[in-house]
Design a binder for this molecule. Sequence first.
Ligand code: GDP
Ligand code: CO
Length: 399
Amino acid sequence: MRIERPKEIERFGAIRFGELQRIFELDSGPGNGDSPVVNSAIMQVGSQALAEVQKDMAIIVPVRNERLKLVEGVLCGIPHPCLIIVVSNSPRDPVDRFGMEQDALQEFCTFTGKQAVILHQKDPIIARALAKVGYRSVLGEGRQVRDGKAEGMLLGTLLARLAGKKYVGFVDADNYFPGAVEEYVRVYSAVFATCESPYTMVRIAWHSKPKIVESKLFFRKWGRTTTRTNEFLNRLLAHYTGYDTDIIKTANAGEHAMTMELAMALDYSSGYSIEPYHIINLIEQFGGIHESEALRQLQHRIEVYQVESRNPHLHEAGDDSHIDDMSYQAMQVIYHSSVCPDRLRKDLHRVMVSNEYCTPHAKPRRPRYFPPLQTLDFNKFSAAIADHPQAKLILGGNL
Ligand code: GDP
Ligand code: CO
């Protein structure tokens, strides 16, 4: 894979936000064995170097009630060396959708000679283990893990950590193009093969989302939610630096990956607010705006890469209420951050009121927050899931 280097970098406390990078070649050949070539203009990572990273990477697929054919396509796009972890919140009755997903994954594993993990978000053994180690904020009614995409991602990340992986990447289960999924994972791998810090995040900006407009295909670049959330985050950065910026292009990037060190250090927030919150929480912890123990202890800088995919992104279209939901959740999480400047908070409120997300005299609801996973006692957690049917797979180190 051959990707341009970020031309501009916005430094913010210990964080380096890289400008959007283009891809020149999806496959740049075998390259130099497993050593990538990096110069000021490009990074070139050969196939062997990509595979080396992928052996240490878990790809987490959050699923809720997606069409099985779509999920199968996504599985087929994930490069072979990666560990697949499916976290499903699909219903089990009246039709056992989760059972169907398990069957499909089993069949996939048989044909590909792989082992993969599939877990239900409401799995009682996992919930009990979380309660045992005191990680209760993620548990809701009936002591089950709460609904939500972030909640599923969090479980997946935890399993990836237990399986000893060094990197975690996320891909949505509703992608129509397996080739796009493959591209995202290749991008994650190329960045991890060349990054300098153990605290690195890579976020995908979709090249375009195809839509049919007047019976022709139209490749729309920026969606409404993304544009708005990017703008709010950029305004937040500009407030502190005193310079206008448009560096953030991936505020709502569902497709992203992190080194395990970073994934363990971040706080999480619920549902769809998680993606913008990654950026907000980085600034809260490592931006140097407030006193922070995390920043004092940090020995490295934090690198954030943003890469524009070449494949168009086609997924299950959400209706307007879904889009409103995502927009609202993104705005809530920015609004309630301690690093949100007053003026931005006022503007956020105005936009939320005009969209009827909240009333003029009420504050928007606070999202739910979950503490960093590194606070967990992993040995205790492992012991608590020892009788889980997938425990051998996860803890046995044979993945
Ligand atoms: P969008 O693509 O950002 O509009 O959001 P989607 O509704 O497509 O959700 C993104 C991914 O998260 C999809 O793969 C969903 O199936 C999955 N997802 C949504 N809600 C949940 C949930 O509560 N739990 C889990 N595990 N996955 C979810
Ligand atoms: Co989607």
